[in-house]
Design a protein around this ligand. Sequence first.
Ligand code: ZN
Length: 186
Amino acid sequence: MPDIRALLEQTRALLTGHFRLTSGLHSPNYVQCAKLLEHPRNAQAIGEALAARIHAEKIVAPALGGVIIGYTVAAALDVPFVFTERKDGEMTLRRGFQIGDGEKIVIVEDVVTTGKSTRETADVIARHGGVVTGFASILNRSGKANPFDLPYEALLTLDLQTYDPNACPLCAQGVPIDSPGSRFTR
Ligand code: ZN
């Protein structure tokens, strides 16, 4: 299995500063998984390591963060991969992607923080008749061993500080905030 912690440093995917996470929480750290997965060799090795812990008939990931790792996990398992995406703020399945009735699905993410988008993806799959059998991510920074009510696999647990926006010491100090997750997609 690849040394994820070493790879985070090598690829400079772990940033320090003042960040607004996709979840809305503030943090002095941000993990830019796109950098961790920038080299296909890394994406493939990490995908294989995660795939070794998963059984699924199809992999589903929420766009954009989960797409690369979801794809490489599915490639390692030799199963199809589809992604969900937000349309007017609502998580949806588009592009003609289908979920089979009773199809066993594992949802793959790059990072799980609150697990909100992962749960929204699970709701989409349920509405289409699929059966979510578990969750997997490269990094778990949820602060819990398993923030879900189904089996969950993560390759590395990161105990990084997060703050409620109303009680953020960096905000109190007037440190400018950055939203790295969305910065390059606007
Ligand atoms: Zn803040």
